[in-house]
Design a binder for this molecule. Structure first.
Ligand code: TRP
Length: 340
């Protein structure tokens, strides 16, 4: 049986939050325990550059996200765990793919469209204000991340499915010109949890500033959870779990049975304060051990750095020969007499 390749990355542009954990870290670590899977997990720092021009913050975020993966149980001996910018071959593949990518395809990318729409709503005359080429063409970089390692399965949130489809598109065009060298990836989406809602009810995301950081000290974690926006239903009034962020987050952590219990409590009209307290206790318990490990790792940058260096070495054993193969296919390399 051929081995399956699973790959995912987290952009290093902030402090890891519950959404990263539920949507990426936890399922990825789970998947990496399957013996038939080769896992590639990385810190997407090239991606971070799109929005982050503060070098200290970028570095701190890279450290925090690396420590998060390790604290949550990632075994670096079993997976390939690396920092994207340590693998320059990704950049070279990005250019090859850029030349395979229709501009019209990028016009349809969500991140770009969202900014244009926002500019429109704000009545700006320049609808592309704030759009760099990095932001505009970021799905190409993401395609390179994936295709570089021949990943077949890419676990992502629903908002990222489009990017995987774009990667397929670019790979197909490349293969059309140069032969079947790139593997077409597929998105794997876990409906229940993959996109967690944030404090304000929208997707939990750094871009919306509505996150709950993963490893807050207990007191602050409680404070954040108490800030989750709810409606004004009184204790005793039945509440709809499906539209409640408190319930959504609870469900992402709890077992099926516990979730059903909570659903009942909502029907019976649990007070918002009490529901939030239960959520806090559950999440806090769940994260306790990881938090301790995380705090240790944050005291040991040299150790984390060493893990990343070793990961980069393993990754480049794959990317260096593969990019050579691609370079050859497109006509780079040693010149030779024309074959007749
Ligand atoms: N763009 C992804 C996000 O914002 C992060 C990411 C970068 C990624 N490269 C990737 C995810 C490759 C999966 C595969 O969540």
């Amino acid at each position: 049986m051929s081995r399956e390749v699973v790959l995912t990355g987290i952009t290093t542009s902030g402090t890891p939050h519950l959404g990263n954990y539920v949507g990426a870290v936890r399922p990825a670590i789970e998947a990496s325990k399957n013996e038939n899977v080769d896992s590639f997990y990385f810190l997407a720092d090239y991606h971070a550059l799109i929005k982050n021009q503060d070098p200290a913050l970028l570095k701190q975020s890279t450290f925090e996200i690396a420590a998060t993966w390790l604290a949550c149980g990632l075994n670096p001996d079993k997976v390939i765990f690396y920092r994207q910018s340590d693998i320059p071959e990704i950049m070279e593949l990005t250019w090859m793919l850029t030349c395979m990518c229709a501009k019209g395809l990028m016009n349809r990318a969500h991140a770009y469209k969202a900014i244009v729409q926002d500019n429109e709503q704000k009545g700006r005359t320049d609808l592309e204000e704030g759009v760099t080429m990095g932001l505009y063409s970021y799905p190409i970089l993401m395609a390179a991340d994936i295709l570089m390692f021949k990943a077949k399965k890419v676990p992502v949130g629903k908002d990222q499915i489009q990017h995987i489809e774009m990667a397929r598109d670019m790979a197909q065009r490349f293969n059309h010109y140069y032969g079947d060298l790139l593997i077409l990836p597929e998105a794997v989406v876990d409906d229940k949890t993959s996109v967690l809602t944030g404090l304000d009810g929208r997707k939990m995301s750094k871009s919306y500033n509505n996150t709950i950081p993963l490893f807050l000290p207990e007191k602050q974690l409680r404070k954040h959870i108490m800030k989750i926006v709810t409606n004004s239903l009184e204790p005793g009034e039945p509440k709809d779990p499906e539209t409640s962020t408190v319930f959504q987050i609870y469900r992402a952590f709890a077992t099926k049975e516990e979730t059903e219990e909570m659903r009942k409590k909502f029907a019976e009209g649990i007070a918002w304060g009490a529901a939030k307290q239960e959520l806090f206790e559950y999440v806090n318990n769940h994260l306790n051990d990881y938090r301790e490990k995380y705090n240790d790792l944050m005291e040991n940058p040299d150790y984390v750095e060493k893990v990343l260096q070793e990961g980069a070495q393993k990754a480049r054993q794959i990317t260096v020969p593969y990019i050579q193969q691609l370079r050859k296919a497109i006509g780079f390399g040693k010149i030779e007499k024309k074959k007749l």
